[in-house]
Each structure stands twice: as structure tokens, then as C-alpha cells.
Design a protein around this ligand. Structure first.
Ligand SMILES: [Zn+2]
Ligand SMILES: [Zn+2]
Length: 175
């Protein structure tokens, strides 16, 4: 289940459809509206006009796919996808997109018991309460395997938590 989820495209299908429509519309607008109305382009060879009409819409398509990626990637990272999509669209000079890539959350875990997506910072599954990582017996916060002492409260980690993985440990952390 986890593998098939990772293999599916991050960009939603409707974004590809939108990009296709935008490309065709962009080509027609360039070829039959923008270029003919530009007095400087009157003397251009016909082939040059076609090439320019084919090329300019590619920039728009790339921009749409990038915003579609922000939406799909924010969604699988359990972030507020629409908020980030709007920021990506409306903050000029692609600064919203750059901010997204700087600030995005790590990919979530998948709970081994119920399969729910769980933010990587969580210690317990919010859906079924399965423990996703070893916890400190003193303060109850999440710790990593192999640690001798809890970094939150300083208690010595007991042998049980330092040994074999627990039943509810995360099954994978895709990159
Ligand atoms: Zn669960
Ligand atoms: Zn502790």
C-alpha cells in the first residue's frame, strides 16, 4: 500500500488536464491574437511566429505544473494544501513556491496498524493510538532507538525500549 502511494504522481490528474488546456489556449492566443497585433512582428517569417507561439505557452504550463506539485505535495505531507496553493499562485516572482519548499513538513509516517498518514513529529497514531516509536518511561515523550538517555527529561532509557522495534513502529518513511 505504501509503495503504490509513493509511485502515484504527486501532481493531481486534473492539473495535467488544466495544463494541456492552457497550452492549447496559450498557443492560439499567441498565434492569432498577440503576435498579429504586435506591429514589430509583421515582418517575421511565418515559421518564427509558429515557434514562438509553441514556446511561450510552455512557460505557463511549467508554472501550472509547479503549482500543482505544491498542492499535491502539501496534501501528502498533511499540510494545508489550498493555503499553500494560493500562496504559490498569488505571491509574485514565485516567492510563494520558494517559501513552500523551504518550509514544508517532512513526509508523514504510515501507521503500521491502521495505515493512516501520521505527521512525522507524532509519537502516537491519532487514528488508533498505536505507539509509533519508543517512548520514555519517565516522561512519555518520543525517543529514538539506541538512545541511552531521554533528551527531554534525562531519565535512563530502559532495556526494553533500546532493544527490538515495537509492534506499532512505523512501517516506512518514504523520501
Ligand atoms: Zn493507526
Ligand atoms: Zn523522558
Amino acid at each position: 500500500m505504501n509503495d503504490s502511494r509513493n509511485k502515484t504522481s504527486v501532481i493531481p490528474k486534473f492539473v495535467y488536464a488544466l495544463a494541456g488546456v492552457a497550452y492549447v489556449a496559450g498557443y492560439l492566443a499567441m498565434r492569432y491574437a498577440a503576435i498579429p497585433s504586435d506591429p514589430k512582428s509583421v515582418d517575421w517569417p511565418e515559421g518564427g511566429k509558429v515557434l514562438l507561439s509553441l514556446f511561450i505557452p510552455l512557460i505557463i504550463v511549467g508554472y501550472i505544473l509547479l503549482i500543482g506539485y505544491v498542492y499535491g505535495d502539501a496534501k501528502r505531507r498533511l499540510m494545508r494544501a489550498w493555503l499553500w496553493t494560493l500562496l504559490a499562485i498569488f505571491i509574485p516572482n514565485a516567492i510563494g513556491i520558494i517559501l513552500y519548499f523551504l518550509l514544508r513538513d517532512p513526509l508523514p509516517f504510515y501507521c503500521s496498524k491502521c495505515g493512516a498518514s501520521v505527521k512525522s513529529a507524532y509519537t502516537f497514531c491519532p487514528n488508533c493510538a498505536t505507539s509509533l516509536r519508543p517512548t520514555c518511561s519517565q516522561c512519555g515523550r518520543g525517543i529514538e532507538r539506541g538512545w541511552a538517555y531521554c533528551p527531554h527529561c534525562g531519565a535512563a532509557v530502559t532495556g526494553q525500549n533500546r532493544a527490538a522495534p515495537q509492534a506499532g513502529s512505523p512501517t516506512s518513511q518514504p523520501l
